[in-house]
Every structure is written in C-alpha cells, then in structure tokens.
Design a protein around this ligand. Structure first.
Ligand SMILES: [Mg+2]
Length: 452
C-alpha cells in the first residue's frame, strides 16, 4: 500500500504535502508488487504553520503531554458528536465477554437453561427463603439455630467447601488454596499456609470438596458455615450423636433437600413469583431477535413442567408482542432434563400433551414440542443440528458449561451476574483520581479483597 504522504495532491492551503512530509524508505521492506511497506515519516517543521498548526506547541514538550492534550480534544469532539468513548462504554456491565472466538453465523441453535439463566432470581429473597426452610428443618431435628440469620455476603459462587475441615476455601487456577474461612471466621495467611501448604483442591474427591457451582449453592453454604461455628462452640447437643464437619455437612444438605422435596419452597415462589424474580423486559425481546435471525431456540431445564410453565409465563409473556406466549419462542423445550446426565446418557422421554402436564411416552422430539427427560442426543437428532453448531447458555459451571462441551462439543456461554457488580466497581475505580481515594472506596466495598 502506498503511503498517502507521497501522493502529489495539494492541501487547501495550497502547499504541496510533499514539501511538508518526506519519507525515508527502506528497500528492505517491499511487498510482492514492489511497493514500499515501511519507512520513516519526517515532518518539515517550517511548513507546519502553512496548515494552520502551531508547530511550537505541537512538537515541543514531552510526548505524553502532547498525547494527553490530543486525547482530551478527541474526547471533547466525540462527546459533542454524541459518540460514547471507550471509557464510557466500559461502564455497561450488561455485556458479553469472550474467552475464545465464536462466530455466531456458524451457530444454528441456541439452547438455554432456565433458573438463573433466563430467569434471574432476587438472590437475597430466593436464597434467603431456602435458608429459612433449611434452618427450620434443622431445628426440627434438634440443631441450635436461634439467633442465626441469612448473610448473603458470607459466600460467593466459585468457592469450595472443605467438608473434612469445616472450611470454605478460595483456590487459584492451579488449585492451590489462597484464602480460607473456618466457619464464619477468616483464617490468616499463615494459618492457611500451615493447614494446606502445597495441597491441591481435587474436585474429583467428592467426599471432601464441594464446589459452589450456582447461586443456588449460596443458602446451603451460608447455613453450613454458621453451623460449623455452633459445632465448634459445643452448642450442638450430644444427643444428635458424635458429629464431625463432614457429618454436619450431610445434615445441612438433608435439611435443604427436604425443603425442595416437600415442595414448600417452590410452591411459595410459584404463588408469589413477583417477590422472587427480577424482571428483565429486554430478555424475551433478545430471544425474539435471535429467532427472527433464523436461530433455532431450545429450552433445557431441570425444573419440572409446572414450575417452568408458571415462571416462564410470569417472566416472559407480558413482555412479548401480541398474543405470543413463552412456548412460541422455542423450537424444542425440555423440562425435568436431569442435567448433567442429559448430556451424558439417554433417559426415557415423555411428551407433555396437556396444559395440566399430562405426559405420554415419546421416542422422537418434534419441532414445537415440550418434553420431559430424554437426552441431548435426541435433541440433536430431531433438529439435525450437531456439536459446535449449538451454543448452550447456562449458569451452572459444571453441568451447563463443562459437560455439554465435554460430551457433545457444544459451544457454551456462562451467565455470571456477579460480573455486573465487579465491572461497576472496576469502572468506579477508573474514575478515582488518587490511590488514597481508591483505598478509601475499596475499604468500604465488598470487593475490597480483590483489588487491594
Ligand atoms: Mg440454572
């Protein structure tokens, strides 16, 4: 490509550009057509003012100062034109971040999980209620729970419970423990080092480590860490039998599962979904856009039909145009999918044939159908779309994102709502003028440990 400064055109000032710029070329850099591809651009200072440029101000002083002034002028211009600058676009936490290239044109079908993916729950309300049921059930079997309350800031997704030691640990990408809590108390770096040293968190050892894969894990982990405190201070009655940290974890898990199995939690949420769901009017329209762009849409959820129908009606129908309902968005819907087995093996499939949820056995999924069980293989076969033509979006780190990729080569996207807060904090820090101000702000923020 020819350098523009070597052209013979004249500027509006009547000065030939050749007389202002000169190019010191190197014959070493030529493309296969013999054109120069590299050279040094030299500015003839004496002619700059002919273009209305203050040569003294432009070329004097440190380069950083010149760059800063030019950047400010550019930002002023962009602001006047109403074009967002890179710094202002950073302030949008609702974004898609890529860890590797994904060509959406090569994607024929997009599958969605439902809970915490298409439907975002108010974590404090949902997990708080799950925690309450868990504590009620623990109390019924004799555990001391008086004075305890749900603390959503105690636990975040991505941490790991060490059931052997009653700890909650944060591992780095090499699986070394970097920070740890025992019960609700943070351990010092020295204590962490003495306790774990170079030991690795091996998630395959399920009897010891429990990874917090979803926001649904928060209530259980908060209850467990608080009960570890009660076990340590000796307030758990002896009649409950000899209890270690592992046994305590099982007891808390049983109490929470009981709330799920007995259906108390879900029936309360279904009766008042507005108290538990954070509405997102843009989401149904985003799916409608994808459908109109020719993508097949799938819903694959572990929730049962009645719960799925109720929550999707509440979250989607009012934001869809005309008489469209949530079922009109999807080409295939699977409830009670039993992920991760759904991605790994085949279960019997049933078609949901009435609004009340009556089902009949079925061997092949059809477009527009609503099914219970089955397998990812059946979905692929019925759509004749396979492997990396499918993008699956979910919030469960292992089930949704790891297993669909490992077993079927589906492309995957993780919903990580926690990033929204983190992006806001990072943007906030960008606006701070001094280190002291950053320290002040982060000292009061819940993310201080990440940035200090
Ligand atoms: Mg989910």
């Amino acid at each position: 490509m020819k350098c523009q400064c070597s052209s013979s055109s004249s500027s509006s000032s009547g000065v030939d550009e050749k007389s202002v710029f000169s190019l010191t070329s190197s014959s070493k850099y030529e493309d296969y057509l013999g054109e120069k591809t590299k050279g040094d651009l030299n500015v003839k200072v004496e002619h700059l003012e002919a273009f209305g440029i203050d040569s003294q101000a432009t070329l004097k002083g440190p380069m950083e100062e010149v760059a800063r002034v030019e950047a400010e002028e550019a930002e002023d211009l962009l602001r006047d034109l109403g074009i967002p600058t890179p710094s202002s676009s950073r302030q949008s936490p609702r974004d898609i971040f890529c860890s590797r290239t994904l060509n959406l044109q090569s994607i024929s079908a997009i599958g969605y999980d439902m809970d915490y993916t298409l439907i975002h729950y108010n974590v404090i309300a949902w997990e708080g209620r799950a925690y309450d049921y868990c504590m009620e059930n623990l109390k019924k079997v004799g555990f001391p729970v008086d004075g305890l309350a749900f603390d959503p800031d105690l636990v975040i997704r991505g941490l790991v419970i060490d059931k052997e030691k009653g700890n909650l640990v944060k591992a780095d990408r090499f699986a070394y423990v970097k920070r740890a809590m025992h019960g609700t108390k943070m351990l010092s770096n020295r204590a962490v080092s003495e306790m774990y040293g170079r030991e690795l968190v091996d998630l395959r050892k399920e009897s010891r480590w429990e990874f917090l894969n979803t926001l649904f894990s928060v209530s259980e982990a908060v209850a467990y860490m608080q009960m570890v405190d009660r076990l340590d201070d000796g307030t758990i009655a002896a009649q409950l039998g000899p209890l270690d940290y592992e046994g305590l974890y099982k007891a808390v898990g049983r109490a929470l599962i009981r709330a799920h199995v007995e259906g108390q939690l879900k029936s309360e949420i279904m009766s008042k979904p507005e108290l538990f769901v954070t509405p997102d009017p843009e989401l149904p329209l985003a799916l409608l856009d994808q459908k109109e762009a020719g993508k097949k849409l799938l819903l694959i959820t572990n929730s049962d039909y009645h719960y799925t129908d109720k929550m999707m009606q509440h979250s989607f129908n009012r934001f869809l145009p005309n008489d469209m309902g949530w079922r009109d968005l999807f080409d295939i819907m699977v409830v009670s999918a039993r992920k991760p087995e759904f991605f790994q093996m085949s279960h019997p499939m049933y078609e949901v044939v009435t609004g009340e949820g009556l089902m009949r056995p079925c061997f092949k999924a059809k477009t527009g159908g609503l099914y219970s069980g089955g397998s990812a293989q059946m979905v692929e076969n019925s759509l004749n779309i396979h492997g990396d033509e499918i993008l699956y979006v979910g919030d469960h780190i292992y089930t949704d994102v790891s297993q669909s990729k490992v077993h079927l080569r589906w492309r995957t996207a993780l919903i990580c709502r926690e990033l929204e807060e983190e992006v806001c904090v990072v943007d906030f820090l960008f606006t701070c003028k001094s280190t002291e101000e950053k320290v002040q702000l982060t000292c009061f923020g819940k993310f201080r440990s990440h940035y200090l």
